[in-house]
Design a protein around this ligand. Structure first.
Ligand SMILES: [Zn+2]
Length: 118
């Protein structure tokens, strides 16, 4: 991929604001709870992170059927959960890091306290 220098203010700078949707970037919230992959036929599939079912994710079909699975059909997804809230990996990572730091702090305190048996 060739990338143009972003410092150049030309027509490109303008198109940053009104970018056409031709680049087909996955912005739908369904992708917070689905993992893209391919099946043995080479079709794009979306695997539900809740029930691990593989749905066909044909770009021409859009994401409405994927959305429907998450909201209506998924047997394991919590009912009434807003779309995209069920599996934001970023949030899980943040929580994990937070817990790790907390844990490490406690371990350090424990070690420091234990190292001075006065
Ligand atoms: Zn599911």
């Amino acid at each position: 991929m060739d990338s143009e220098p972003s410092s150049r203010m030309s027509e490109d700078g303008y198109s940053e604001y009104s970018r056409p949707k031709s680049k087909r970037k996955k912005t739908s919230k369904v992708w917070h709870e689905l993992v893209e992959g391919r099946n043995e036929k080479g079709e794009t599939i979306a695997t539900c992170i809740h029930c691990k079912i593989a749905l066909v994710a044909d770009p021409n079909r859009g994401t409405s059927h994927l959305k429907r699975h998450l909201i209506e059909s998924c047997p394991l997804r919590p009912v009434g959960l807003p779309l995209g809230e069920g599996g934001t990996s970023n949030r899980e990572e943040e929580e994990f890091v937070f817990n790790m730091n907390d844990l490490r702090k406690e371990i350090l305190l424990y070690i420091v306290e234990g190292a001075h048996p006065f």
